[in-house]
Design a protein around this ligand. Structure first.
Ligand SMILES: NC(=O)C1=CN([C@@H]2O[C@H](COP(=O)(O)OP(=O)(O)OC[C@H]3O[C@@H](n4cnc5c(N)ncnc54)[C@H](O)[C@@H]3O)[C@@H](O)[C@H]2O)C=CC1
Ligand SMILES: O=C(O)[C@@H]1CCC=N1
Length: 311
């Protein structure tokens, strides 16, 4: 194969990888019956986070698409789900009435309207005694339980996931509501744990988690982009700069995890006396990068708190 042909083939494959679809899940056949969850799982809202959770759990073989039931007012968006065997509806109440665990996966300002649709439906009786899992930023358990109070016997677990769940590298915190059972916690934990790290936190920590791991991937993408930009400025081609930036972040993260060493010690191991790295560290410190990142987490956590107050 000529160099040019190989180059264009690689570009084509990269392009295919970049195109979002749900097919990568269905191609993974993991029929581990021990892991399988025998529940119908509903999603009210079919956006980025719902897709990430579904891809994660289908990839891990916890559920198949036929166990998923997804709603959105935009029928066109639902085609892709239907194509892979999920049930779909534009009626949120059908999803809530016909599933065992219902993920609330809409934007915070949409939630009152989405719950109102449930309350006004003919399915109210069928929605009683269900387990709701909210992934919304800002909405407290108290608010969620009050919103869903029309459905007696309902239980709520508040979780804060992140999009890397899609590839089994998620990071999720959860807080159980008042009426949840040990079985409720166990099944939700199983769903979340299978796609990455999962920890229970007190609810007063969830806005910090929202900033750190919920939105954190966006901060890290920005840093990877900046590392790549810097290398491009210094003459590397973009593809190589990004590939190396990604591998460096991955390698450094794994070093922290695997060695258990303090990050300061690991940093010191890289910085030769009078060398290149310490010159870069000095530039970062002069630019206030540490303070900048702390400010980002603080701003994001404060904003998460505000999101429950519907605008
Ligand atoms: N995107 C992320 O990385 C994370 C998001 N979250 C939370 O997940 C929730 C959803 O966020 P995204 O998925 O990013 O948003 P998104 O905008 O991608 O998805 C929201 C979906 O809700 C649907 N929708 C709109 N009105 C609706 C209605 N009345 N009934 C049912 N569905 C309706 C829309 O069609 C859209 O697909 C938010 O509350 C956010 O705080 C939590 C952690 C991470
Ligand atoms: O930006 C947001 O509000 C949501 C919460 C965490 C990630 N995305």
């Amino acid at each position: 194969m000529t160099y040019l042909r190989r180059y264009f083939m690689e570009q084509f494959i990269q392009g295919q990888k970049r195109t979002f679809n749900l097919s990568s899940c269905s191609s993974q056949k993991n029929e581990d019956s021990i892991k399988k969850i025998a529940k119908q799982i509903g999603f009210i809202g079919d956006g980025n986070m719902a897709k990430a959770i579904c891809r994660g759990i289908v990839n891990k073989g916890l559920v198949s698409y036929s166990q998923l039931y997804v709603s959105s007012p935009y029928i066109k968006n639902l085609d892709v789900w239907k194509q892979y065997g999920a049930r779909v509806s534009t009626d949120n109440s059908k999803v809530a009435a016909n599933t065992d665990i219902i993920f609330l996966a809409v934007k915070p300002h949409i939630l009152p309207e989405a719950v109102e649709q449930l309350c006004q439906s003919d399915n109210v009786d069928k929605i009683k005694n269900k387990l709701f899992v909210s992934i919304l930023a800002g909405y407290t358990l108290k608010m969620l339980e009050a919103l869903l109070s029309k459905f007696s016997g309902c239980r709520v677990i508040r979780v804060m996931p992140n999009t890397p769940m899609m590839i089994g590298e998620g990071c999720t915190a959860y807080c159980p509501g008042n009426n949840v059972s040990a079985e409720d916690i166990s099944v939700v934990k199983k769903i979340l744990e299978e796609s990455g790290v999962c920890e229970m936190v007190p609810e007063n920590h969830i806005n910090a988690v929202t900033a750190l791991s919920g939105g954190g991937p966006a901060f890290v993408y920005l840093m990877i982009e900046a590392l790549s930009d810097g290398a491009v400025k210094m003459g590397l081609h973009r593809d190589m700069a990004t590939k190396f930036a990604v591998q460096t972040v991955l390698g450094a993260a794994k070093m922290v995890k695997v060695t258990g060493k303090h990050t300061g010690e690991l940093k010191d191991e890289v910085c030769s006396a009078g060398g290149a790295t310490i010159a870069g560290i000095h530039a970062l410190e002069k630019a206030g990068v540490r303070g900048g990142i702390m400010n980002a987490i603080e701003a994001s956590a404060r904003r998460a708190l505000e999101l429950g107050k519907t605008e």
